[in-house]
Design a protein around this ligand. Structure first.
Ligand SMILES: NC(=O)c1ccc[n+]([C@@H]2O[C@H](COP(=O)([O-])OP(=O)(O)OC[C@H]3O[C@@H](n4cnc5c(N)ncnc54)[C@H](O)[C@@H]3O)[C@@H](O)[C@H]2O)c1
Length: 464
């Protein structure tokens, strides 16, 4: 089966970049990305590529090449479904904030809505691809809706979870470690799997395209995120032990990372992981385990989240303690607000929680981030519901210039590992701060030796 028209529901951090790369690599396939959010679609269609709603290195070039040729962004969901042979579902699946499973389970209302839209709009058989990260066995629910409301048409459901990492999305999409496709072991299922394999095979080596049953594919995505987050929490747990014993976490990480069984990646101690996925996917897995009464398994994975929360709180407490046990009325500058470098995504960013902690102690916070704007910072704080919007705006200022942001502050905290922070004139920053000037490096990107030589009191994660 040759696919000539694809549609993707959801033009977010996954749908946008993923479909842009598919369109770039397959100029003969028409790719339409649809979303109910008009502002987001307008931004994807903005002639000025610096206004794309997602910041990713290299994304602008890919969009420039394919947009208008075979890549289209639209709000006409029904038309796009109707004309496509293959439909990707790439909508948000956040943690539920209400009802049964609140704070743990994935909220699947947007996925269900997509399934209903596909069922209503389809006039021919379709292949439906789950691109969103979903609890194991969700494909069954999607299938039920399609079969029971879908005008007697035939639908094949594939699971094709996305493994891209924000900040390196284009690189990851262009040369993925693997592409995973789960589908039914029936003649129709195999045809559907092959149709999707044929698309990826245009640029991904065949041995990197793995096919499995649907349930293994769904569960593999949750498992991959759980393992990655677990590594971060493991090294962060050790960072606290390093601080009290005189060991250096970077040296320990290097020493253990050279063991080929352990490997060197993802062993960087920090103020904690963030992003829209790690926490929600582990919570979701914990919820699934509990629903099968696998309480020991659930407790084991839940500890990864608890350790991450502890690390963020520990960092905030360290700031307070170092500033003579009070930050009330003191200006503390945050360098970085995004959850990691090279993205404008702030979901679950450690910065939000550290700020919340310090604001409760009446600190004045000033934020500079190269890619995050003022309204996003306020929206993130408002989402916590800890204090009024008015209070947030009074106590938090967002600046466009890092030197202005740092001026007259008691302390600076590095919350995101943006490369540009390493190249600042730290001597000049030091001169313009109140003394003693303290620098809290939550990402271990600066040299302790150089910073203390300038005069800073310097605190890094996991260093004696
Ligand atoms: N962000 C990542 O790094 C990443 C990586 C791998 C997988 N994922 C998974 O991919 C999925 C999407 O994540 P994201 O970060 O792109 O989310 P996102 O919030 O950036 O984008 C989702 C988009 O879907 C749209 N949408 C929701 N319901 C819709 C509907 N019925 N019709 C049309 N549009 C609709 C929303 O308006 C939004 O723009 C999630 O399940 C996530 O867990 C994310």
């Amino acid at each position: 089966m040759k696919v000539t028209k694809i549609c993707c529901i959801g033009a977010g951090y996954v749908g946008g970049p993923t479909m842009s790369v598919i369109a770039q690599k397959c100029p003969d396939i028409k790719v339409t990305v649809v979303d109910i959010n008009q502002t987001r679609i307008d931004a994807w269609n903005d002639p000025d590529l610096s206004n794309l709603p997602v910041y990713e290195p290299g994304l602008d070039k890919v969009v420039a090449e394919a947009r208008g040729r075979n890549l289209f962004f639209s709000t006409d969901v029904i038309k796009a479904i109707e004309e496509s042979e293959m439909i990707f579902i790439s909508v948000n699946t956040p943690t539920k904030t209400y009802g049964e499973g609140k704070g743990m389970a994935a909220d699947l209302k947007w996925v269900e809505l997509c399934a209903r839209q596909i069922a209503t709009a389809s006039k021919e058989d379709k292949i439906v691809v789950e691109k969103s990260t979903l609890p194991v066995r969700t494909a069954q629910a999607v299938k039920d809706i399609l079969v029971n409301t879908g005008n007697g048409l035939k639908f094949q459901i594939l699971s094709n979870p996305e493994f891209l990492a924000e900040g390196t999305a284009i690189e990851d999409l262009e040369s993925p470690d693997r592409v995973l496709i789960g589908g039914d072991d029936t003649p129709e299922g195999k045809i559907a799997i092959q149709a999707l394999v044929d698309i990826y095979a245009r640029w991904v080596p065949k041995d990197r395209i793995l096919t499995t049953n649907v349930w293994s594919s769904e569960l593999s995505k949750l498992t991959a995120n759980a393992f990655l987050a677990q590594r971060v929490s493991s090294i962060n747990a050790l960072s606290e032990l390093c601080e009290v014993t005189g060991a250096d976490v970077s040296e320990v990480a290097k020493a253990i990372g050279t063991d080929s069984r352990i490997g060197s990646k993802f062993l960087k101690a920090s103020v904690g992981f963030g992003g829209s996925c790690f926490q929600k996917d582990i919570l979701n897995m914990v919820y699934i385990c509990r629903s099968y009464q696998l309480n020991e398994v659930a407790d084991y994975w839940e500890q990864v989240i608890k350790m991450n929360d502890h690390q963020k709180a520990r960092f905030a407490k360290k700031i307070i303690k170092s500033l003579y046990n009070t930050v009330s009325g003191k200006k503390i500058t945050f360098l970085g607000w995004a959850f990691k470098k090279d993205t404008n995504d702030t979901r679950e960013s450690a910065a939000i929680y550290v700020a919340d902690h310090l604001l409760s102690e009446q600190a004045k916070i000033c934020v500079y981030d190269p890619k995050v704007n003022q309204e996003k910072v306020y929206a993130d704080l408002e989402y916590l519901n800890t204090r009024s919007s008015d209070e947030n705006r009074r106590h938090v200022k967002v600046m466009n210039d890092p030197y202005e942001a740092c001026k007259d502050s008691h302390a600076i905290a590095i919350l995101t590992e943006w490369d540009e922070f390493k190249t600042y004139d730290w001597e000049k920053i030091y001169q313009n701060m109140l003394k003693p000037a303290t620098l809290f490096d939550g990402r271990n990107i600066l040299s302790k030796e150089e910073m203390t030589k300038i005069g800073f009191r310097f605190y890094a994660i996991g260093k004696p």
